[in-house]
Design a protein around this ligand. Structure first.
Ligand SMILES: Nc1ncnc2c1ncn2[C@@H]1O[C@H](COP(=O)(O)OP(=O)(O)OP(=O)(O)O)[C@@H](O)[C@H]1O
Ligand SMILES: [Mg+2]
Length: 401
């Protein structure tokens, strides 16, 4: 194609046309408006498979928050393997964004006393969770701003921090939003702390809210954290697009460049991509690179298929597959061998010729790595759409050795 490629296959890349998320965005704006008015709001967690558009959705909501002059910060939780060297990582991230919030509020004249208190709490928190020290030492501020002791008990310290922040926000007429991506990588204690802190802020009618996004596994993790989580958070599924929305996602970026799709081409794209946003961007991008007419025809789509799958295999799928151990790979091949997904762990065990308790470790590791998730009823499935197809392509016989 002679014109620039308008498609955006890439983690968190805002598409030229954000399709099918109107309702989620409208709702998010409603929640933001309500919390600005001082009505406590449930925080929102978006969950869905890989590449379905969670990060992009969070970014779009941040834009709404920005337009409304709400104070917001975005953090992405990373997967942590090395427990020791990453001690204090999450606390540090929270402390850093609280610092930014406090700085933004300090510009407003009206909030002085509670702001000073919040700064004191934040200092105490930072000292308590100083990763350099590697210990949870208690911090006492003596410089006159405030005296606050971090207890080293994360849930209680986090509540103190968010409540102090919320009170300062309330006083200065600000609203605060935390946007937390890849929330499934938060540890249980961190989730418990966050949930508890938000709960307290809600009880005190403080203008603090969280928008989170992550893999379906967070439903269970958050449910386990505290019994009242369900009432405190709204869980919203981000799924593959409807057929109509998928057609918009395909058509609109090209229309901006005066290129259109024949019905045959469109239907083929919808079928191959399963209406998954990342697949749509990657496939349309590959098609775009391969043809140069003003109308994209069925043949053009067919021609781009091998490049598309090879790009997907090399990029999207393989990077995830390669993070697995030999046993974990065998476990996943066995899942595909079950013939139907989601599948049961007992079927996987039978195919691997091992007992269930033995393979439970691999199941847990794969869930932790974010490759599979429990769908309920003791069943499991892949978090990556069409991962079974990829596993068959690289191992057609589904050999386990
Ligand atoms: N609503 C949408 N319409 C069109 N394209 C979209 C939409 N949502 C996401 N995309 C595209 O899909 C791809 C994946 O989006 P994103 O990174 O937000 O997914 P994700 O759910 O956060 O994935 P992961 O779980 O891997 O972090 C991007 O290339 C983005 O441009
Ligand atoms: Mg993402």
């Amino acid at each position: 194609m002679r014109t620039p490629n308008p498609y955006t296959p890439g983690a968190g890349f805002m598409p030229a046309y954000l399709a099918g998320r109107e309702k989620l965005l409208e709702d998010a704006e409603k929640y933001l408006e309500a919390i600005e008015k001082g009505y406590p709001q449930q925080s929102v967690i978006y969950f869905g498979l890989r590449g379905v558009g969670k990060t992009v959705l969070l970014n779009a909501i941040e834009e709404i928050a920005d337009n409304r002059n709400i104070l917001y910060e975005h953090i992405e939780i990373k997967e942590r393997k090395n427990q020791r060297s990453e001690l204090g990582y999450f606390e540090q991230q929270i402390a850093n964004i609280c610092k930014k919030f406090l700085h933004a509020m300090s510009i407003k004249e009206s909030a002085k006393s509670l702001l000073r208190r919040a700064i004191g709490v934040l200092k105490g928190f930072t000292i308590t969770y100083n990763p350099q020290e590697g210990t949870f030492s208690a911090g006492v501020e003596t410089d006159g701003i405030a005296e606050y002791i971090g207890t080293g008990d994360l849930p209680s310290d986090m509540t103190d921090l968010l409540v102090a922040l919320g009170k300062a926000a309330n006083e200065s007429g600000s609203t605060i939003c935390f946007f937390i991506d890849e929330i499934q990588y938060m540890k249980e204690i961190e989730i418990e702390a966050l949930v508890g802190a938000i709960h307290r802020c809600n009880q005190l009618r403080l203008p603090v809210m969280v928008f989170g996004a992550g893999l379906p596994k967070i439903l269970k993790t958050m449910g386990d954290a505290k019994s009242y989580t369900e009432r405190l958070f709204r869980f919203e599924e981000v799924d593959a697009l409807t057929e109509e929305a998928a057609k918009y996602a395909v058509r609109e970026p090209a229309a901006d460049e005066n290129v259109s799709y024949s019905d045959e081409a469109m239907n083929k794209i919808i079928e191959v991509t399963g209406r998954y946003p990342y697949f749509i961007q990657a496939f349309c991008s590959a098609i775009w690179e391969q043809c140069d007419g003003d109308t994209i025809e069925g043949d053009d789509v067919e021609k781009a298929l091998p490049v598309f799958w090879s790009d997907m295999d090399k990029g999207f799928f393989m990077v995830r597959f390669e993070r697995c151990t030999k046993r974990e790979k065998q476990f996943m091949f066995a899942m595909v061998k079950c013939g139907e997904l989601p599948c049961t762990i007992s079927n996987v065990a039978m195919i691997m010729n091992m007992n269930v308790s033995k393979i439970s470790t691999f199941r847990a590791q794969l869930i932790n790595k974010g490759l599979i998730y429990a769908t309920g009823h003791a069943e499991i499935d892949f978090t990556v759409p069409q991962f079974d197809g990829f596993l068959k392509r690289i191992n057609p016989g589904l050999e386990l050795d």
